[in-house]
Structure formats: structure tokens, C-alpha cells
Design a protein around this ligand. Sequence first.
Ligand code: ARG
Length: 460
Amino acid sequence: EASKAWGGRFASATDGRVERFTESISFDQRLFGHDIRGSIAHARMLAKVGLLTVEECRQIERGLLEIRAEIEAGTFRFLLEREDVHMNIEAALIERLGDVGRKLHTARSRNDQVATDLKLWTRDALDRIGERLVALQAAFVAGAERHREVIIPGYTHLQRAQPVLAAHDFLAHAEKLERDRSRVADCRKRLNVLPLGAAALAGTSLPIDRHEVARELEFDDVAANSLDVSSDRDFALESVFVLAMIAEHLAGWAEQWILWSTQEFGFLALPDAICTGSSIMPQKKNPDVLELIRGRVARVIGSLTTLMVLVKGLPLAYNRDLQEDKEPLFDAFDTVEACLELAAVVVDGARLRGDRIAERIEEGFLDATTLMEHLIERGVPQRTAHAVIGRLVGLCERKGLTRLADLTDADLAEADPALGTGARDRLGVANAVKAFRSYGSTAPAEVDRQIGRWKERLGL
Ligand code: ARG
């Protein structure tokens, strides 16, 4: 069946059901730009080593650029019978150039071609994720500055624990995203090794120059083992893990802000533009964007799981199973890119309700730990100090008082003589926050320093 690239050895046409079952053009056509970039680099190298004439290379390059323009303009017709993006583009080139087009696939296989395309695509996608991470970090830093004066309860076990500056909370998210950025950079570094030239699995007897192609395509190195190349999807798995980690970070943040925007917390006001209403309850305003960001982590973990299971137990070298790598990879990138974009929109638009937060900030004995530390500074052993303050909290509850500051001087002095002097300066959340001083703490000076560090680092 002459219309197939492999037609020479086949006596009958491919069953239509097989064509529909094995095609990947429906989802790999988005690789067209990277496929053409790779093919041009390959053709230039073939010309350099004498496998193409300069004129043949020129024709091929021009033909590929025309095809790219047609795809971009939406006038190119991808054919399912041509299976995938690589063969659609090559067949269109052959239609235009005849025998010259038939030379492009010299010393190349779809196995090293698809690995190259996918790496080029993933590299660009990682770069876009990196930029979106920076934009979201910048939004958190701006939020930290905007809410610099707000004190919120810090939680453990979702129970009130110690007071923190809201800015400290915003910057905690920037830190997580910073680790994500470093994972993206790391992943890109390991990815950036050229597959092309491994041919089908064993390399080629033709005199190609892979280092030349690597330079042209901006790879840092050339893959050293051709068998490894066509089976390697580490870069796809690693990228999707990095994306899953980002999605986890976003989901944790989204969950917290969903809670903050409830009537019960009342900490956060979200602008109408990013909320949706109810079709039956007129008063409703729901944080759907945050909920979907939280929900979409499921898709990304799903993609990661798909890829992990997909490559499990595959023998060297290429196996067609690997065609299944694309949809989860693309979906994970699309999903996380969209989540990062919308997360920045939410952070930009959200406002903490400082007055509402302040109304109940003195509930929950948030100053108990710093009061204990005041005792420790006066020489009381930590375990003893802990018990003293614990008893004071118990006393408040028995007396129906909500704050340690409501206790009398006599109550304090009786609990421990060391509480007689200076203890009042530690009571109340504002005093408690002021008392912090360790590196990385919520101490106001420390938080200001961190804001400055972030602005410098992000070039704000
Ligand atoms: N569409 C295939 C894929 O995505 C291209 C490689 C096909 N190679 C082969 N030997 N059938 O993996």
C-alpha cells in the first residue's frame, strides 16, 4: 500500500479500524511547531555533512516553513491515515518537493524525532510555568505589602495557635512556589539533552553530526546511548511530578482561602468578578475558582499516575505504548498553567477584612506562648512555665474570661511572681507579635526584611 510511509513491505491496506485506533494526530498536532523546528535543524545538519545539497536543504526548509504557515493559518489538512504529526508534515513536504522531500527522514526515525519534539515542547512549557510561578509569587508579595498591618491567627490542627502577620502567611506561599521554581529549573536541566540522531534505536551508519543539531536546537548535550533515547520519558514524568507538586501547593492555599471566605471565618473578601452565584439561592456568592483550583490537583495526579504506570516494565527501546504519554503530559501542563494564571487573579483581587479579623483576634489565647517565653526569659524552666500559663488559661475559662489580659495583676503574680513585672507588655496579639525575634519568624522587622528580599529577588 504505497500511500503509507512503510508501504513497501505491505501487500494490503491498513484496516480503517486500526488507523483510527492507532492515530495520534488528533492530539499530537500541537507539536507541529517543534516538529518543524527539529526537522529544519536536522536538514541543515544533513547538508553540512553532505547528505543533502545546499539547494535541497533550502527547498526543504522553505517547504517546512510554508507548511508551518498553513498550519498556523488553519488551512492545512491533517489526515488521520497519516497517523501522526510527524508523518502528516513529512507527507505534505513530499507532495510539494517529491524526491527532495523524501530525503528529509535520512538518518532519522520517528522514535528519536518524537522524543526530540516532545522535549522541545516540554522545555518551552516548563519555561512558561516558570514565568507564571514568578507572576504568582509577585502577587503574593504585593498582597503581603497590602496587608502588612493585619494580624491574623496562625493555626495548627486548624485550631488557633499563635498570632502572625498576614504578610508572613502570604510569603509562606511565595516560599513554596520558590521551591517549585527550582524544581522546574532542575527538571529543565536534565531534560536538555538531544535525542535526535539515535535513529530507531541503534544509531546510524550515515555520517551525521549530532552535536551540530544540539547546538542549533539549544540542547546542552547529546544523549550518549541510542537505546536509552527512544525509551526515555523521564523528562515527561519528572515534569508532571513538578506540576503535581505545584498543584498541591495551590490546592492547599485554595482550601485555606475557601475557609477564610466563609461566613464563619469572615477573613477574606473576594471580588464579584471572580465569584459565581447560585441558580436558586439569590444571596449566594461562591469561591468557584478556588474550588476548581483545589479540584484540579486530581487531574494532575491522574496524569502523573497514568505516566508512571505507562512506562512500568517497558523493555528497551521504543514501544508504541509511549504514544500514550502525550495526553497526560499536555493536560497536566494546560491544567497547571491555567491554575497558576487564575491563582494570580484571585490573589490580586482578594482583600483581607482587617476589621472583621480584629473583632475576634483576641480570642483563643494566641498570646499564651509568648507569655510563657517571658517567664522563660526570667529563668523559669520551660516545662514549669508551660504549666503556669496553662493554669492561667484554665483560670480564665473558669472565670468566664476570654483573654489573659482580663486577669488581674494579683491573678498573674499569684501564678508566678515573675509575672509581676513586664508581663502586661506581652499580653494581647499586638504585643505578642512584637515580641518575636528569631530568623524566619513573624517578627515585624523580620517580615519587612523578607518582603524586601522578595522584591529584590523578583525584580519588583
Ligand atoms: N506517534 C508515535 C508516538 O507518538 C510516533 C512514534 C512512532 N514510532 C513507531 N515506531 N511506530 O510515539
